[in-house]
Design a protein around this ligand. Sequence first.
Ligand SMILES: Cc1cc2nc3c(=O)[nH]c(=O)nc-3n(C[C@H](O)[C@H](O)[C@H](O)COP(=O)(O)OP(=O)(O)OC[C@H]3O[C@@H](n4cnc5c(N)ncnc54)[C@H](O)[C@@H]3O)c2cc1C
Ligand code: SF4
Length: 381
Amino acid sequence: MSKTEIFDVCVIGTGAGGGVMIDELTSSGFKVVALERGKMWANSEFLEHDELSSQIRKQQLWAPDFLESFRANENSKAIPGHYTSVAHGVGGGTTHWHGAAWRFRPDELKVLSTEGPLKGANLADWPFDYQELEPYYQKAEAAFGVAGNAGENPWGAPMKSPYPNPSHPYRTSSFTIAKAARKLGLDVFSTPTAINSQPYGGRAACMNAGMCGYYGCPINAKASTFAISIPRALSSGNLDLRTHSLAYEITVNAQGKAKSVLYFDSNGDTREVFAKQIVVACHSIGSAQLLKLSQSAKFPNGIANNNDMVGRNIMFHIVSMVQFEMSSPQHGALGPSGMVAIDNFHASDSSRGFIRGGAILESPATSPIVSTLGAAAARGK
Ligand SMILES: Cc1cc2nc3c(=O)[nH]c(=O)nc-3n(C[C@H](O)[C@H](O)[C@H](O)COP(=O)(O)OP(=O)(O)OC[C@H]3O[C@@H](n4cnc5c(N)ncnc54)[C@H](O)[C@@H]3O)c2cc1C
Ligand code: SF4
């Protein structure tokens, strides 16, 4: 397609949201152009990613040339650096995710109705309920080959069908955690994980080598839009994938309808691509940034921001980790990230003094340098 032609859809970002959207659209016959600020990976590159370069120096998946900035408050100076682990590259966060594939429970989709309103918090219900969502969970789990035991988690969302793959085998640390948890009367189950426990969907079974979460999978046993959705979309012939393409503005026509996307190509030159529909899938932070940058006479505060809500109410996925030493080898570095989980503390419990709760997961195995730094910090060294 020539540069001046109008695509059916322009999708910005090729991660979890964008990648799936691209696959669905191209398989339905739509002509799609995808803008991705990062690169197209080769699986062999994932073998070159080690703990020092990835975790400590934040290169590769974190894109060394692309700096974020951070400031403690609006009066302080922004300091450039790497602060988040948001991805760059085809597949977005699904390339280096851990693959934990939980479903929302029905009550999590209706937090305002079930818990609110709450002073100081903007609680909201999702505009659909679990019943409406469930067929899409089934579709996504089938596409990504989720491994797990349906119904094993008594606190989890109800499931009408089993997972497409059996759960992964426990490693030593999983047995240790399971034994200890059961002693405390807690319910232990296999974490539903979008990693092949057996050959599935034309992809190999996991070989349990470790270096999994935070890293790409060299054999595509870990599901990602890089491994599944984008290759399928490319083979349809309906996708024009433009990597190293950083979108910075969505333009609108006189009626206020999105018309084109302006982006920087790999040389830093400005380019424009036209489409009838534009999908913004640049993860939570990048999408808000792009919408706010897309200012015009019609939308002086950016697109979709007439209510000044874009970029507000961001929800972080808060993780607290506990690390400890055991007297016998636990082989925690083998296999995919945490194999067992406990969900007894997920629902609200008024005796705790706050709403909602959380899950406890066997941690993704920490690697030697990160573990040592963590242990040293804990000892104040
Ligand atoms: C290390 C890690 C582990 C995780 N583990 C899990 C897990 O086990 N289970 C789970 O459910 N979730 C996990 N997550 C979270 C999950 O990966 C994200 O929630 C999910 O990928 C978000 O999807 P998204 O489409 O919104 O954004 P992303 O997947 O991040 O995709 C956004 C894409 O847009 C591109 N982009 C951004 N801005 C622009 C721009 N201006 N122009 C062009 N392209 C742009 C990015 O390069 C990226 O490819 C993990 C995340 C990380 C970082
Ligand atoms: S542990 Fe399995 S899924 Fe993870 S990177 Fe290795 S082979 Fe891939």
